[in-house]
Design a protein. Structure first.
Lengths: 236, 484
């Protein structure tokens, strides 16, 4: 269901985890002046006929039973202006960390994939050049651990990291109607990397503290010298 | 007190120190998601880290006060800075959430406690006439630090991951030592101290000697005292008989129930009304910016001739204004409405924070402020920790944020009104006692009033005498006006 607002492009992502019936409605805002408008529903170049129509809304009903029925469905409104709204019917997306995962040598890397709907199966891959190599957890239990926290959350742990482990990893979730995947970038830093700014800041602190203390000692000495002179002049 | 000169350097150092103490727990929340993923823990488990940090920072107040009474501000702050640094550096090597609780929660929290109280105390020692401005400027460190720490944390996290960030944050926290180095001790003159022997008991006298700078003349027969007297020597529990102190304590403890919750829930509330994440974060930035300007401005206003003698009323007004903002917030449903709310909230928040410690100093006097601030912070500790969870429960039960705002608003308006009425009563009593004192022309008995605090200042800083006299007389004139 989409409520028409002029100006911004209209899009909506509709996750479809398993075969189901879907109803898409384009509704015109009550305040709009576009009356007697013509609305067509299209998938690609194919026109789909309405299942129901009211003065302000146009609905189509679809039965999604396999992958080919997923895709972009557009409702096009031809009035004074042509407005279109797109519904993306797709497999559920995977949520995960977008920015690179930063870890250190010898540490443990964790990558978590999460979806809104329960996935049937999960797979993790690492890249070797351009090839996707599946990570077989049975083979390398001391290096890779794949933990299934629930049907919708899956987690890959890489232990005892080395520089070679850095790179791109993929997690794939299989649903009834297809698979969706997510990309992770793993960066492995050496222990020395944060040490440079660390030492820089510590040096700055040390320099400032010494400067302040020296200034204080200096000004106290000046004061004492001034007082001594004052006493001497008094004695005279 | 100098009221200037090196005092401004001290204010600068204090603003850094106070800034770290107040903003570090808030800025730390950026790491929550990552640590949650790495250690497989829930949100409430990681949130305990900052709760422990806050609790230790406020709960460590009395210990801080005792140490300042014994050693002076400078060594305590430098040690606090070291402790913070060590805490965060060790946190970089943690392998479990429990270790994080200890390193980040307790050690860093306690280090921050050793930073917060002494900074506030030393500002009170360096300033009298211009104290509100100094306090306002020192407290302004908090929003400035927040505006720098938050993006800095983000940058560190994106480039070094959480472990590297903790390491570098540890080094950054060592800057508190720099702030501490600026806290040149301002000593008590040993000679005038003898004049005070007849006024307050021997206990108070000894706490005066040990208060500023190193101990030159050790008090005799300390070993012969019993435990209770010794504690009283370092932490002035007789404050609980001080009328002004009690008023302040009750009012503030009540106020803190509703003080921090709106900030915690502002961004989630904005997202709840459909605003996107960046605009919601921008609301907090507006709040911080207005706060930054409001604090020194409030300090200047509070220092003016008209407001200074009635500063308690100004404080109560600021609290009630804060409460009114919260009560009106549910009416703001659009983004512009929330922007207006954020600006007014920032203003009110800044006003209250700027005067938070100034009013306490005004009530108990600089001499006993050291102990007062410690006792107040440990009492506030409970309500500060209770406030946001209470708000959270209200939001979860009713599913609507407006009840949380109403609760916070009501609590603060109540606190403001309470303080207003009680301070009116207090001012009248003070004026009455002042009249009695003047007519009798003898030393006051064991009635501890603001006048007595100021009189002590008179005696132990004789060269500043002429400066203080006009201030005191002005105060008396205004009190007579309010009475008559």
């Amino acid at each position: 269901l989409l409520i028409g607002v002029s100006g911004a492009p209209l899009e909506k992502h509709v996750p479809v985890p398993s075969p189901t019936k879907v109803e898409l409605t384009c509704k015109l805002d009550d305040n709009s002046n576009l009356k007697d408008a013509q609305v067509t529903w299209k998938k690609g170049n194919e026109t789909i006929s309405h299942t129901s129509k009211t003065p302000n809304s146009w609905t189509i009903q679809l039965t999604v039973s396999d992958h080919s029925q997923l895709g972009n469905y557009t409702c096009i409104l031809k009035g004074e202006k042509e407005i279109s709204a797109v519904f993306h019917l797709e497999v559920p997306r995977i949520e995960g960390k977008e920015k690179p995962v930063i870890t250190y040598e010898g540490d443990r890397a964790v990558m978590v994939c999460k979806t809104e709907y329960n996935a049937k199966a999960w797979m993790w891959y690492m890249t070797n050049g351009t090839e996707l190599v599946p990570i077989d957890k049975i083979l390398h239990t001391d290096k890779f651990q794949i933990k299934r926290q629930s049907a919708s959350v899956n987690r890959l742990e890489i232990l005892k990291l080395t520089q070679e482990d850095a790179g791109v990893y993929w997690c794939k979730a299989a649903f009834d109607l297809g698979t969706s995947k997510r990309r992770f970038e793993l960066r492995v830093l050496s222990v020395a990397a944060p040490l440079k700014p660390f030492i820089a800041v510590v040096a700055e602190v040390a320099i400032l503290v010494t400067t302040i203390i020296f200034y204080e000692v200096y000004s106290k000495r000046k004061q004492k010298r001034g007082e001594k002179e004052f006493d001497q002049t008094e004695q005279l | 007190p100098p009221d200037g000169g090196w005092g401004w350097a001290v204010v600068f150092g204090a603003s850094i120190s106070i800034g770290f103490a107040f903003t570090f727990p808030k800025a730390f929340t950026i790491y929550f998601k990552e640590i949650q993923a790495v250690f497989s823990i829930s949100y409430s488990q990681i949130a305990w880290t900052t709760s422990i940090m806050c609790a230790t920072t406020y709960g460590g107040g009395p210990i801080s006060s005792i140490l300042v009474n014994r050693y002076g501000s400078r060594p305590v702050v430098m040690f606090g800075g070291l402790l913070c640094g060590v805490g965060m550096i060790s946190a970089a090597f943690c392998t479990s959430i429990l270790q994080l609780y200890i390193c980040v929660g307790f050690i860093t929290g306690f280090g921050l406690a050793l930073n917060l109280q002494p900074s506030v105390i030393i500002v009170g020692k360096y300033f009298l006439k211009r104290r509100p401005i100094a306090n306002g400027l020192a407290m302004a460190g908090s929003p400035v630090m927040l505006c720098t720490l938050a993006p800095l944390n983000q940058f560190l996290f994106e480039n070094f991951g959480w472990r590297g960030s903790f390491l570098i944050l540890g080094a950054i926290l060592l800057n508190c030592c720099v702030a501490g180095a600026l806290f040149r001790p301002i000593g008590a003159r040993p000679a005038p101290v003898k004049a005070l022997v007849t006024e307050e008991g021997k206990d108070a006298l000894k706490s005066k000697i040990t208060e500023d700078g190193p101990m030159e003349s050790k008090p005799e027969g300390e070993g012969g005292k019993d435990c209770f007297e010794k504690i009283n020597h370092y932490l002035d529990f007789s404050l609980f008989k001080h009328r002004g102190f009690l008023i302040y304590l009750i009012g503030n403890v009540l106020m803190f129930l509703g003080f921090f919750a709106p900030i915690v829930f502002l961004a989630p509330y904005a997202k709840h009304t459909g605003i996107d994440e960046y605009s919601a974060a921008f609301l907090l930035s507006i709040l911080a910016l207005v706060d930054m300007v409001a604090r020194p401005t409030t300090g200047i206003i509070a220092n003016s001739r008209w407001v200074r003698p009635r500063i308690q009323y100004f404080f109560s007004f600021a609290i009630a204004f804060n409460g009114a903002c919260h009560l009106l917030c549910p009416l703001a449903s659009s983004y512009t409405g929330l922007v207006v709310y954020s600006s007014f909230f920032g203003l009110a928040f800044g006003m209250v924070c700027a005067m938070l410690f100034e009013t306490l100093m005004d009530l108990v006097g600089a001499a006993r402020f050291t102990s007062a601030v410690g006792l107040v912070t440990i009492a506030e500790c409970c309500t500060i920790l209770l406030g946001p969870p209470m708000g959270g429960i209200l939001i979860d039960t009713f599913g609507d944020y407006k009840y949380m705002f109403i609760k916070c608003g009501t609590v603060m308006v109540l606190a403001g009104t309470f303080l207003f009425i009680m301070n009116y009563y207090n001012y009248r009593m003070l004026a009455k006692e002042e009249k009695e004192r003047k007519t009798k022309e003898e030393d006051p008995k064991s009635v501890r009033t603001e006048d007595e605090g100021k009189k002590n200042w008179n005696k132990d800083s004789t060269q500043d005498g002429p400066e203080l006299e006009p201030l005191r007389e002005k105060g008396e004139e205004v009190k007579k006006e309010t009475n008559g």
